[in-house]
Design a protein around this ligand. Structure first.
Ligand SMILES: *Cc1c(COP(=O)(O)O)cnc(C)c1O
Length: 358
């Protein structure tokens, strides 16, 4: 399928941000976006990159009522010679299609997805910032657009991709986060949709997140929904604990999002000769280990921050410090190694980096 490109007239293009230290996250988008429509019986049709604009939706568009909405998040990185890289984009494409399957939405052909990202990023390449740690965030999204009430899978969809420059996550170096363990509210249940990137998961997480931030914590540490015993994720990231010499992360057992960064951390840690174990880990075990000193480090993993050290955990009214509230050696090592691979600053023994422009 040929992707049509309709360029925005030069005089209608936005001014690019000049101060890269003020980019922040998710506030600035470029001059163009990609979209393609779907209809049962017809498949995907009319793929186009066109000037960025509002979407036109019927008030009964099914995504607005029944939440058939999925998305992805990845980044484009600028290398030292100005070349442009993606990091494991096929993993995001695969995950988008498994999210689609779970929500009875149509899959997107890998080639169309990849071509759309490449073409859009190359068209908008001047928007990719240059500073250390900055990048271009890519947000592929699919929504149900059939105009009809009544709960059933939509017969029509829109898949679109927007991109925008984002700032460095740690402009002043690492700042370990403070976690609030939620025992009352849960993010996802086994058998539900917690293992896919569906919009509803984030709506479900807001209430507990607000409680945590109002109390001065950075994010919620989610427990399993059945026993409220096992650690699942932190905020919208996966979680790792260095217990003694072993790096432990909860297994992908149906309610945890299979993070691309999680998978990369596991592979890289093993490559660096650290033993990695995927097994259930209870909050009691974490707390006991933090008390007896065997919990050396804890950190979250996700595309936005890569690795985000956890310095403190609040559980049942008490505070527990991890590694004295400081960033751990392993977290920092993993962060630096992954970043250098992403930005083309280091050889990539895993074949994760995909160059899309010189
Ligand atoms: C996106 C996401 C992650 C991290 O996934 P990455 O592919 O590493 O960015 C982890 N948990 C949740 C709930 C997420 O939405």
């Amino acid at each position: 399928m040929e992707i049509k490109v309709k360029k925005a007239p030069l005089k209608k293009r936005k001014a690019k941000p000049t101060d890269e230290s003020k980019l922040g996250f998710g506030k600035i988008f470029t001059d163009h976006f990609f979209n393609v429509k779907y209809k049962d019986g017809k498949g995907w049709y009319d793929p186009v990159i066109e000037p960025y604009r509002s979407l036109k939706l019927d008030p009964t568009a099914m995504c607005l009522h029944y939440g058939q909405e999925i998305f992805e998040g990845l980044k484009a990185y600028r290398g030292p010679k100005g070349e442009i890289y993606l990091f494991r984009p096929q993993e995001n494409i695969k995950r988008m299609n498994s999210s689609a399957e779970r929500l009875c939405m149509p899959p997107i052909e890998d080639n169309l997805f990849m071509e759309a990202m490449k073409k859009l990023i190359i068209l908008e390449k001047d928007w990719i910032p240059h500073g250390a740690g900055t990048s271009m965030y890519i947000r592929p999204t699919m929504i149900a657009t059939e105009a009809a009430l009544g709960v059933h899978p939509s017969t029509e969809y829109l898949f679109f991709i927007v991109v925008g420059p984002v700032g460095a996550y740690y402009p002043q170096g690492f700042s370990p986060t403070k976690m609030y363990v939620s025992e009352e509210y849960v993010r996802a249940v086994r058998g539900g949709i917690g293992h896919v990137k569906a919009a509803g998961n984030y709506a479900a997480s807001l209430y507990a997140s607000r409680i945590a931030t109002n109390m001065g914590y950075t994010q919620v540490l989610w427990l399993d929904s059945v026993e409220k015993k096992y650690v699942e994720e932190v905020g919208t990231s996966n979680i790792f604990f260095l217990l003694g010499e072993e790096l432990i992360t909860p297994p992908l057992a149906g309610s945890i999002l299979p993070g691309v960064t999680r998978n990369s951390v596991i592979a890289l840690a093993r490559h660096l000769q650290t033993k990695v174990v995927e097994r259930p880990i209870s909050i009691d075990e974490v707390i006991t280990a933090s008390q007896n000193g065997s919990l050396k480090e804890a950190f979250a993993s996700g595309t936005a921050a890569v690795v985000s050290p956890v310095g403190q955990i609040h559980f049942r009214g008490k505070e527990y410090l991890i590694n004295g509230g400081k960033t751990g050696i392993l977290a920092e090592k993993l962060y630096n190694e992954i970043l250098q691979i992403q930005y083309g600053l280091k050889e990539d023994p895993f074949g994760w980096r995909v160059k899309i422009a010189d």
